[in-house]
Design a protein around this ligand. Structure first.
Ligand code: MTE
Ligand code: MOS
Length: 775
């Protein structure tokens, strides 16, 4: 029996529900006399810091030190890509930015200390909205462009064309575990950082930078995260840096843990987007040309905004062949939190735009949306606008047809229509949308991973790899791969916390590629050890090494593989190998082959492969209030050969619901002065059990092996989020039904909250009436 492919629970599932699984901040009890940190927050979105007077604060009982720029021994700079993020700023760039940090014996004392720090500011004008930023030409990047075909000529020649725009809201990660870090001196006088980070190597680098020491002096561990969703890819770094500077200044352990309000006020979010376009199509609804302009709100510093914008550019075609396409993206700079990675990484924003456009095209040619979508699908042999061959394009059609049959789409569409004719104030909508998501980091050098596998003399095993666990089940999959790699049961293998002193120079666990990259590295490490052990076993059993089989903790000639007594136990073999001086540990390394992208020409093969899926969602909308419910969701998703089916189904469920939250309920509101008005679950509406579909059917696409990935599997972390676009399209269908006999376009704001749906119905009715009056 192999472990790969088995539907086993997440390796920490019991610990998650019993509370026994530890997170970074739970480790605090192990440190003697730690100091607690609290930030001094700017009341302005943009201001010069004239002076900071810490005297009164430092005189308070239990306050130990107020950290400012003068306490930074190295560089006062924590920017991950561009170095544009001072840790202690002399010019405030967003409301509630920390200008100093207070260290005290308790959180309460630190908080009281922060209130007592006197800061003199000179307020400056702030840019808060994207419109203000565009008017002021406030940008973080140059325009990024990808163009194929002859978009201008094709648009002019198209039989039909129209223009539009769409604004998309951001999203708060709302990981259950807020940002947390502990910094302490180790026994060598060097720094050990516990951090809830998706990118321990970068956290290590940023800490080394602020301390002004080489990387070898800093070790960073990420035990496990209580959710990250991209929000800890770079955003954990500044807090690790504060803790490290604090530990340096006081020679004591320092803990930084944000509470929910601080976390929401200080950390970056999904980028809000603003799209403007002109599209040309034929009589049947075939898209002939698209000229698309995308702006994102990057906030105050660059962070990952460039690759996020690129991913939006790469996904503005979703599953559709657009022969003439020009897309230009540019990141706006505003005085807000620095927006960052969030599940999908710009892909969702690009895809919502094209799905919005497709429904408009369908209504313009008076055909059902699902027909017009299928008409535009990529076919085998097509290339994307950036020149990559759409390998497996036939899979889109296969998933589409199969899902429609499974979910009884045709019959239910007729039922929905009948329901809508019979009900004036309550309308239903049914929609199907596809997903095609590129797998690989678009910065090619990130596509590498390492592992270190240790076998002890008793045959028990430790696996280290460069990926981090955030609930997505990466460690579970790595356990399964390692167990099969050495032919032992799962219980023989222990997955170690991710540490920079075990595997160096790792990439962030992101871009859904954690299991592809680290899985291949773990497998390669295991293969080396198994080959060495096969030699030892062959000599002991008197057979050829190639005939030795490792399974279920025993090592036997393959013709005795069913015999529980035959051969040696894995433990006996490990013991023999040790005596014979055969090394029992190995490193594994993997880099994704043949990927590249040239930003100058906008051409390349940025993705190793694509992950596919489709979803059908049915909604019901109340015309008086705009309130809606999700009646049923059907998903068919392609994970290749699943390494861990339970984990994968969980990722699809969670991804869909998180996408649903982004598109239908979570609304970030910034006040005119740049203050984030939605700073807790009381004002920021997260999806709850009440928003979950009454029927939620998820299936994995069968016979979908991906030969170029470890164990034939495919990445699953992010792609399912975009399946939730089907819910937004179902809402638009329901809105249109309020405007019978027809409406030529459904303008629905995003997020499509009940309030937005209400106004969309209002607009649709006005539009339908206007049309019939003109007829
Ligand atoms: N699932 C859980 N439970 N928690 C998370 O934080 N993050 C998502 C996804 N699924 C996340 C999650 C994001 S943004 C990514 S990129 C992937 O997991 C990262 O893990 P992987 O590369 O191992 O799939
Ligand atoms: Mo995920 S947004 O790539 O961390």
């Amino acid at each position: 029996m192999t472990q790969v492919g088995k539907a086993i629970p997440h390796e920490s599932a019991a610990g998650h529900v019993s509370g026994e699984a530890l997170y970074t901040d739970d480790l605090l009890a192990r440190f003697a006399a730690p100091l607690h940190a609290w930030p001094v927050l700017s009341p302005h979105a943009h201001a010069r810091v004239v002076s900071i007077d810490a005297g009164a604060a430092e005189a308070l009982p239990d306050v130990v030190k107020v950290l400012t720029a003068s306490d930074v021994p190295g560089e006062n700079e924590v920017g991950p890509a561009r170095h544009d993020e001072p840790l202690f700023p002399d010019e405030v760039q967003f409301h509630n930015q920390a200008v100093a940090w207070v260290l005290a014996e308790s959180v309460e004392a630190a908080r009281a200390g922060a209130a007592a720090v006197a800061v003199d500011y000179e307020p400056l004008p702030a840019i808060v909205t994207m419109d203000q930023a565009l008017a002021a030409q406030s940008f973080l990047t140059d325009p990024l462009t990808i163009s194929s075909g002859e978009p201008a000529e094709a648009l002019a020649a198209a039989p039909h064309s129209f223009s539009g725009e769409l604004r998309l809201g951001g999203q708060e990660h709302f990981y259950l575990e807020t940002q947390a870090t502990i910094a302490a001196w180790d026994e060598a006088g060097e720094v050990f950082i516990h951090s809830s980070t998706q990118h321990p190597s970068e956290t290590q680098e940023v800490v080394a930078r602020v301390l002004g020491v080489p990387l070898r002096m800093v070790t960073c561990q990420s035990l496990r995260m209580g959710g990250a969703f991209g929000g800890k890819e770079t955003q954990a770094n500044p807090y690790a840096a504060v803790a490290a500077v604090g530990a340096h200044a006081t020679a004591r352990p320092v803990r930084v843990r944000l509470d929910r309000q601080l976390d929401m006020a200080l950390t970056g979010k999904r980028h809000p987007f603003w799209a403007r376009y002109r599209v040309g199509h034929d009589d049947e609804g075939r898209i002939l040309a698209l000229d698309l302009e995308l702006y994102s709100d990057g906030g105050w510093s660059l962070d990952l905004s460039t690759p996020i914008m690129y991913r939006a550019l790469f996904h503005c075609d979703n599953c559709y062949r657009i022969p003439n396409l020009r897309v230009v993206g540019r990141v706006l700079r505003t005085h807000k939190t620095s927006q960052t990675a969030f599940r999908g990484f710009g892909g969702p924003q690009g895809m919502v735009v094209i799905e919005d456009i497709l429904d408009r095209v369908a209504r313009a040619v008076a055909r059902p949306g699902h027909e017009v979508r299928a008409l535009n699908f990529y076919r085998e042999g097509d290339r994307t606008h950036y020149g990559q061959l759409v390998r497996d394009a036939g899979r889109i059609e296969r998933i589409w047809t199969s899902l429609r049959a499974r979910a009884d789409f045709g019959r239910r569409l007729a039922e929905v229509e009948a329901h809508n004719h019979a009900n004036e104030h309550e309308k239903r909508g049914l929609a199907i949308t596809p997903v095609r998501f590129g797998i690989s980091f678009t910065a090619s050098f990130f596509n590498q991973a390492g592992a270190l596998v240790l076998v002890y003399r008793d045959g028990s095993i430790q696996v280290n790899h460069g990926g981090t666990e955030m609930g997505q089940g990466l460690h579970t999959k790595m356990l399964q791969i390692a167990a099969d790699g050495l032919g032992v049961p799962l219980e023989a293998v222990r997955l170690m916390p991710t540490r920079t002193d075990k595997v160096p120079n790792t990439s962030a666990t992101a871009a859904s590629s954690g299991s592809d990259l680290n899985g291949a590295a773990v497998e390669r490490a295991c293969t080396q050890i198994r080959e060495r052990l096969a030699g030892v076993a062959a000599a002991a059993l008197g057979v050829a090494p190639g005939d030795v089989e490792f399974s279920e903790g025993r090592v036997r000639p393959f013709w005795q593989a069913e015999d529980p007594e035959a051969g040696l136990s894995f433990a006996e073999l490990a013991g023999r190998a040790y005596i014979q001086r055969v090394p029992l540990f190995a490193t594994g390394y993997y880099r994704t082959p043949k990927i590249h992208f040239d930003e100058q020409t906008g051409r390349g093969k940025p993705f190793h492969y694509f992950a596919y899926g489709a979803a059908i969602t049915e909604v019901e909308v109340d015309g008086f209030t705009g309130q809606f419910s999700i009646r049923r969701v059907d998903i068919l998703h392609d994970v290749g050969d699943s390494i861990s089916p339970k984990v994968d189904i969980g990722q699809i469920e969670g991804g869909f619901i998180q996408g649903l939250g982004w598109l239908t309920s979570e609304e970030l509101v910034w006040a005119d002065d740049g203050r984030l008005a939605t700073r807790g679950a009381s004002t920021y509406k997260l999806p709850t059990l009440g928003e979950c579909p009454e029927q939620f059917n998820i299936e994995l696409l069968p016979s979908a092996s991906e030969p170029s990935v470890v164990k034939g599997s495919k990445a699953v972390g992010e792609p399912p989020l975009m399946l939730a676009i089907s819910a937004r399209e179902a809402l638009r269908a329901a809105v249109a039904a309020f405007a019978e006999p027809g409406v030529d376009a459904v303008e629905l704001a995003c997020p499509s909250t009940p309030e937005a749906v209400y106004w969309a119905i209002d607009r649709a009715r006005a539009r339908a009436v206007g049309r019939s009056a003109a007829e």
